[in-house]
Structures are given as C-alpha cells and as structure tokens.
Design a protein around this ligand. Sequence first.
Ligand code: NAP
Length: 434
Amino acid sequence: MLHIAIIGSGPAGYYTAEAAQKQWGDNVRVDIFDMLPVPYGLIRFGVAPDHQSIKGVVRRYEQTALSENVRFVGNVKVGQDVSVDELLTLYDAVVLATGAPRDRQLGIPGDHLGNVHGSAAFVGWYNGHPEFTALAPDLSGHTAVVIGMGNVALDVARILAKTGDEFAGSDIVKHALDRLMASNIRRIIILGRRGPHQIMMTPKELGELGHLSRATPWVDPRDLPDQADDALLEPGIRKSVTQLRSFATISESRRADLPLEIEFDFFASPRALLGTGKVEALEVERTRIEAGRAIGTGEFYLIQASLIVSCIGYQTTPIAGVPFDERAGRFANDKGRILTGLYCVGWARRGPSGTIGTNRPDGFGVVEMIAEDITSASRKQGGRGFDALAGARKLNVVTFQDWKKIEVAEASRARDGAPREKFVDVAEMIHARD
Ligand code: NAP
C-alpha cells in the first residue's frame, strides 16, 4: 500500500489524487489536507462568484473525494498543526498543492495606504475567504483603479460594475453584495504598463465587459496599434485585441447613457500612491514598448482615485522547512520534485498561470514522478499514523462527510436563486458541521 498526503484541496490537489487513483488503484491511500474546513481552494475562493459554470468542475473532484481510498482532512494547517517533516515520516509522498494565495507586492511608495488592496484580499473578500471577511473596502468614492491587465483585473472590474440583478444566481457573499450595492464608484480604470498587444486577458472574459447593464467599457482608439500588426499575434490574444477594438467604437451616446465607465489606460506604469492615511491618487508614468518591455518615458500624471486594487499576480506561501524560490514566489523544485518524497503541483510548482484544466496534466506528471521515485513497498503508517497524531494534539479535523453537512447548511440559507450563502468564518463552518 502506498500512502500519499496532498496539501491543498483545490484543483491541483484533486487532479493529483485522481491521477494517483488511476496509477495505483486500490493500492494507494490519499489524504487531502486543507487548512480550512471546506474544500476546493481556488474554485471556492478564487473563481468569480458570477462564474458558476466554471465552479461546476467540483462535481468531478467530489467523485474523487467520495471514493474509498481518498479522505479529506480539513481544518488542519500544515506547517503549524503538523509539520512537513512529520508528514514525510508518515506518508510515502507529500505533494504540496497549496496554490499561490498571497499577493505579489506593488513595491511602490504609498502601497501601504488605506484602501489599497491586492487581488488576493479583494477577491477573497467578495468570495467569503475567512481571512479577508473583514476587509470592508471603501467604495464611497467615484474612481477605482484596477492595476494589471489579466483575467483577475477583469473579474474585479466586472464585480465592481455589476448591478444587484446581475448577481442573481451567483454565490457572492452577503457582506460583499451589500457593500457593492451601496457603492458610489462610477469610473473604473484598468491600468496596464504595456499595450493592447501585451494584455493577458482572454477574449470570452473580456467580452463580458461589453454586456454589463449599467457600465460600458472604453478604449481610446489612439492606444490601438496598427490593425495589420494583429496578424502577428497568437490567435487567443488576437481575439482579445479584436474585442478591445470593438470597445473603441462604442458611441458617445451609449457611453453617456450609462452611469459607469470601465476605461482601459494602456502604457501606464504605477509609480506611487499618494494620500494621507487613505489613498487619494495614483502617480503614473507613461511608457513605450521596446522589445516587448515597458520603458518609462519620463512623462508623469496623476489619477485621482480612492480605491486601488492591484491584480498583478500571486505568490505561494512558504512553509517552514521547504526550500523556497523567493524570486519566483514558489517552492524551489525541479519539474515538481522538491526532493525525493516531497513534491509540488499546480501554482505552487509553476506560478500563477494557466487555466484550471492546466492543473490536470500537472497532477498526472507528479504522480509519474512519484512512481519513478518509490520502488519499494511502503512501511509508512499513512492516515492511521496521522489520526493518532491528530488525536494526541486534539486537532478538530473536518471530514468530507462533515463538509457535506456544511454544504447543505450553506444551500439552505442561500438567498433566492443563489446556490449557497457561504459561511465566512471558520467557527461558523465548524458549528454547521456539529
Ligand atoms: P496575469 O494573467 O499574469 O496578469 C497579471 C497582470 O499584471 C499583467 O497584465 C502584468 O503586466 C501586470 N503586472 C504585473 N506586475 C505589475 C506591476 N508591477 N505593475 C503593473 N502591472 C503589473 O495574472 P492574473 O490576472 O492574476 O491571473 C492569474 C491566472 O489566473 C491567469 O492564468 C489567468 O488567466 C487565470 N484566471 C482565469 C480566469 C478565467 O478564465 N475566467 C479568471 C481569473 C484568473 P505585464 O504583462 O506587463 O507583466
């Protein structure tokens, strides 16, 4: 019997468990740990609440979770409740699937000012992550700047722009919906340090901005490169650029009709945040592109704004004793192997890029590697050993069956048309199980 511990119950974790089942069938036991009492990581806390069809992928993870040789071990913080070294003595392989839950820092003067939030915090707030429930962003001002031109920036801009009706069927948490409905924001600027040809946004997600009921996107036609140059782009980006071109043709009257505008500000690098206590303005330097890089031109301007959300990427949280690549913001690893017996997958391996599905081959890859590394029969205790340790430490472990109770309780308190009203604090989640 082979014993595998997977740390993190998001997509990378469940795809790895699925791959382990395919590889070893009944000869493997998998424990999937999560620091929270609820599973699915990025799907619950990262995917936008109005993108329910994407969240449907959890049905696949649930099939894995409900199989006999896979357990969910929730409410256990690896690195605190149990160390990686302890897990390595109990399991044949430990796979870190902890994602990249920390914000990359802007690293500019003023980034500590009030109402400057990273996307991990801001997205965590509207998705009900217990760590960010109390964020309470101030939406009383007129202008918000969303820094970055990836899909997370699009999520944030769209959530800030939607009406109550547009959240029907979503699982946005009540504290966020209430605050958003009272928002005064009328201008959302999506700021990119490079140009339209360098955006990271995908066409479908970009297209959603064109269908909002009270907001219109706007691209200044002068920012668009020669249309002939679009032919040189990779097809996905070319489609996104075509979307941007359509935003540049939106009529003055349509823009004037709608109360909220989402403006794209290209060639604009954030240099400083200004304000007393809270942010009041963003200082920006115009850039030009040289060999694909943004180069400052020395021309500066100010944007008056009272909310800043920087969506510039994420980093993995280090775990005591695990080699970490500070520059890349993920575990130091060679194609997923940190050392024999200790592995990483998903964003914890390769950084925050790609789609949810990208994690599937990752999981299968790491399982192949484990199969190469582990050639002799196991003498490890696996889950039995962990249960003894958890008992001795009086850990309040949450099982998958417990989660199903929490899930039912969340569904039963949902507002009309919504799939669930999430519990946003750990004690509430555990209470729903008890
Ligand atoms: P991303 O796609 O890597 O985009 C990050 C953006 O931040 C880029 O435009 C980057 O500009 C900019 N940036 C980085 N450092 C900056 C700085 N110091 N100053 C100004 N701008 C800076 O990351 P993401 O949006 O966080 O998305 C992460 C992953 O999740 C992506 O693979 C994304 O597609 C995926 N995702 C998918 C969906 C969906 O499919 N619906 C939704 C959300 C996220 P440069 O290019 O100039 O570096």
